[in-house]
Write a protein of this length. Structure first.
Ligand code: FES
Length: 77
């Protein structure tokens, strides 16, 4: 499964966010750790969605979903 860049400003992928979420970190923790959504903020909803879907207790398969609109610009770079 290829990674999708969620945060273009900080070049943070959904895999990085998911790994931290599965380790039990909250969105705020991950934001502090990785810096996701700390610049333009456009990725915040998408990043929060990844955290919600990958938090402890959620099935890993939930990560397989359609990319959100905030990642569309990432593939063009
Ligand atoms: S895309 Fe994440 S802060 Fe700008």
């Amino acid at each position: 499964m290829s990674a999708m860049i969620v945060c273009v400003c900080k070049r943070i992928s959904d895999h990085q966010i998911a790994r931290h979420a599965r380790a039990g970190m909250s969105f705020d923790d991950i934001q502090m750790e990785l810096g996701v959504a700390t610049q333009c903020g456009r990725c915040e909803d998408c990043a929060r969605g990844v955290v919600a879907q990958c938090s402890v207790g959620q099935p890993i398969a939930a990560l397989h979903r359609a990319p959100c609109a905030c990642a569309e610009g990432a593939s063009a770079r």
